[in-house]
Design a protein around this ligand. Structure first.
Ligand SMILES: Nc1ncnc2c1ncn2[C@@H]1O[C@H](COP(=O)(O)OP(=O)(O)OP(=O)(O)O)[C@@H](O)[C@H]1O
Ligand SMILES: [Mg+2]
Length: 279
């Protein structure tokens, strides 16, 4: 049996959509029949960990079943671990990661919106890094610096360097390469001019620092309103339907499928759950 694939969701910019993408990818993979292990390295916020604990509670209360991932916690008290020395956190990560690798097909790691030793360690293990970013030059700044007058690309910036370092670590330790996909998140319908400019700079940057552009996700209520239930659009079905189904959901499912395809995960595109929802 081959070793699990490690997918790291990262961007040192806060609020870019990492935890949203993480929970959507995990649920889609689960519905595609994969065994998935989840590690949430955002020890302070624990959004992804909370999502899956909400999921267990909701499924139990609603008396319905849906696939759940293995949850690999670093400690029972992550807030305290966040304050402990880095070595302690890293040792616990190695332990949780090792168990997840042995027991699952995919290890999904959500990271905090800042540069931490844990986040770097995870990036150094990634087979695939997925980076969501808001469609704005403020977020673009984490990937590349743009000339304030001409808006031309000057150089890659801090997060690109983090991924670059991680690539070197991965190659040196595991002798395998890393795929890096950047996708724009929370796309609005009204910002055509800004979007085009960001897209041009992204294309230029992607060639310089070696990432691929993935299909973006629009800003949709459905991407956030199922969080308290620990569910995503990949879960919705005639029996799992805490909100009324609308055309928005159909469009969101198509976006999620397109993302899975771009990430090379179409074998697990969650079609079972998506089709069963009757969209
Ligand atoms: N495509 C989207 N449509 C609508 N809302 C979204 C979308 N993506 C993310 N959000 C919302 O934006 C906010 C930030 O998203 P999220 O928590 O996933 O980002 P993050 O990168 O994990 O943030 P942090 O760096 O703080 O961990 C949340 O309120 C989330 O529900
Ligand atoms: Mg998060």
């Amino acid at each position: 049996m081959s070793e699990a694939r490690t997918i790291v969701i990262g961007n040192e910019k806060g609020g870019a959509g990492k935890s949203t993408i993480a929970t959507h990818l995990v649920t889609a993979l689960l519905h595609g029949g994969a065994r998935v292990g989840v590690i949430d390295l955002d020890l302070r916020q624990q959004s992804t960990a909370r999502f899956f604990s909400n999921r267990r509670t909701w499924l139990e209360a609603a008396k319905v079943s849906a696939p759940t991932p293995g949850e690999y916690r670093l400690s029972d008290d992550d807030a305290a671990l966040a304050k402990a020395d880095a070595g302690e956190g890293l040792a616990r990560f190695e332990d949780a990661y090792g168990r997840a690798l042995a027991e699952t097909d995919f290890v999904l790691i959500d990271t905090p919106g800042s540069d931490t030793p844990l986040s770097r360690a995870a990036h150094g293990r990634a087979d695939l890094v997925v980076t969501p970013m808001n469609d704005s030059f403020v977020d673009f700044d984490m990937l590349g610096q743009v000339d304030p007058v001409t808006l031309e690309l000057i150089k890659p910036s801090i997060y690109s360097e983090t991924v670059w370092e991680a690539r070197k670590t991965k190659m040196a330790q595991a002798r395998t390469s890393m795929d890096w996909v950047v996708l724009r998140n929370r796309l609005a319908t009204t910002e055509a001019r800004n979007r085009k400019r960001v897209e041009e700079r992204m294309t230029a940057l992607s060639r310089r620092v070696g990432f691929r552009m993935g299909p973006g996700l629009r800003d949709r209520v459905i991407y956030r309103e199922l969080f308290p239930f620990g569910l995503t659009i990949a879960d919705l079905s005639p029996t799992v339907r805490p909100v009324p189904v609308s055309l928005q959901h159909v469009a969101a499912r198509q976006e999620l499928r397109a993302l899975m395809r771009a990430l090379g995960l179409s074998a697990y595109s969650g079609e079972g759950g998506l089709a069963a929802a009757g969209a």
